[in-house]
Design a protein around this ligand. Structure first.
Ligand code: NAD
Length: 261
C-alpha cells in the first residue's frame, strides 16, 4: 500500500473531531469468515439469500436456515479477531476513533477490545424464541448444535414452549427491521461525525449503505478502504484499495509516528 495514501488518512484522523468507522464483512475475511459478495468464496454465490436468510424463509423452514447457517456459525465461533479489528480498537483507545458502526454479526470488534460498537445487523450473542420471545445467551446452544450434526433446529427450553418454540439468532435477516435503538444511535454518530472511514463493505446493503450519503450530506470526509470498487468511491476524499489486515495496522503505525513527534 502506498505510504502517502496511508499518511493522508492518518492526517485526517488526527485532525478529525469525531471520526467514525463503518465496517462490513470484509474486515472479518482475514479471520476466516467469508463475505457475502466477493469472489468465489462469497456466501451468496452458493445460496439464494431470500430462501436461506430471510425472515419469511426462516418462518417457513427453519431447518433450511439452520442447514445453511451451520457452516457460517462454525466459522464465526472459531474465528479470532485479526490485525484489522485490533487496529480499530487501538485507534479508539488513542481517542482517534469515536465509534464503530458494523454490519457484522460476528462479535470480533468487541472481542478485539473496541468499546463503542453499534451492531446494525444484530449479532450471534443471543437467541430469541419465536414463540415466547424469551432470550438466551447463544454460546451453549450454538455449541450443542455444532457438536451434533443431526440437530436440525434449535428449540426453546422453557417448559411452556414444550420443544415447539424455534430459537432464532438475534441477527437481522432479509425482510426484518433493524434494531431501532441501534439504528438511531448509528445515525446520531453519523450526524456528529466529520470523518467516516468505511472498511470492508460493498456498501450494497441498505440502510447501512445510506450512512455514507448522510455523512457526505453534512460535510464529513469519506475514506473508503476496500479490495474492490464501491458505488461511493467517486464521492470519497480518499480510496485505499488493499487488504484491511495490512492497511489498518499501517494506519495505526502512521498515526503513532505522527503522535510521537
Ligand atoms: P459484502 O460481502 O457485501 O462486501 C464485503 C466487501 O469487503 C467486498 O467489497 C470485498 O471486496 C471487501 N473485502 C473482503 N475482504 C477484504 C479484505 N480483507 N480487505 C479489504 N476489503 C475486503 O459485505 P457487507 O457490505 O458487510 O454486507 C453484507 C452483509 O453480510 C451484511 O448484512 C452483514 O451483516 C453480513 N455478513 C456479515 C459477516 C460477518 O459478520 N463477518 C459475514 C458475511 C456477511
Amino acid at each position: 500500500m502506498d505510504a502517502t495514501q496511508i499518511a493522508r488518512v492518518a492526517d485526517l484522523l488526527l485532525v478529525a473531531q469525531h471520526a467514525v468507522a463503518l465496517t462490513g464483512a470484509g474486515i472479518s475475511t482475514p479471520s476466516g469468515i467469508p463475505d457475502f459478495r466477493s469472489g468465489q468464496a462469497g456466501l451468496w454465490k452458493q445460496h439464494d439469500p431470500m430462501v436461506v436468510a430471510s425472515l419469511a424463509g426462516f418462518r417457513a423452514s427453519p431447518q433450511t436456515f439452520f442447514g445453511w447457517f451451520r457452516g457460517l456459525a462454525r466459522q464465526m465461533v472459531e474465528a479470532e479477531p485479526n490485525a484489522a479489528h485490533y487496529a480499530l480498537a487501538t485507534l479508539e483507545a488513542r481517542g482517534l476513533l469515536h465509534s464503530i458502526i458494523t454490519q457484522n454479526i460476528d462479535l470480533l470488534h468487541t472481542r478485539a477490545g473496541s468499546q463503542q460498537v453499534y451492531e446494525l445487523h444484530g449479532c450471534i450473542r443471543q437467541l430469541t424464541c419465536m414463540r415466547c420471545f424469551k432470550q438466551f445467551p447463544a454460546a451453549p446452544f450454538l455449541k450443542a448444535y455444532l457438536d451434533d450434526p443431526t440437530m436440525s433446529v434449535l428449540t426453546c427450553p422453557t417448559p411452556g414452549c414444550a420443544g415447539q418454540g424455534i430459537l432464532k439468532p438475534d441477527v437481522i435477516l432479509f425482510g426484518e427491521q433493524l434494531p431501532a435503538r441501534v439504528l438511531a444511535a448509528a445515525q446520531r454518530e453519523i450526524r456528529q461525525c466529520d470523518l467516516l472511514v468505511v472498511a470492508g463493505s460493498s456498501l450494497e446493503v441498505y440502510p447501512a449503505a445510506d450512512l455514507p450519503r448522510r455523512a457526505l450530506a453534512q460535510g464529513a470526509s469519506l475514506v473508503i478502504i476496500n479490495r474492490e470498487p464501491t458505488y461511493y468511491d467517486q464521492h470519497a476524499r480518499l480510496v485505499l484499495r488493499g487488504d484491511l489486515v495490512e492497511v489498518l495496522p499501517q494506519l495505526v503505525s502512521a498515526v503513532e509516528a505522527r503522535q510521537a513527534w
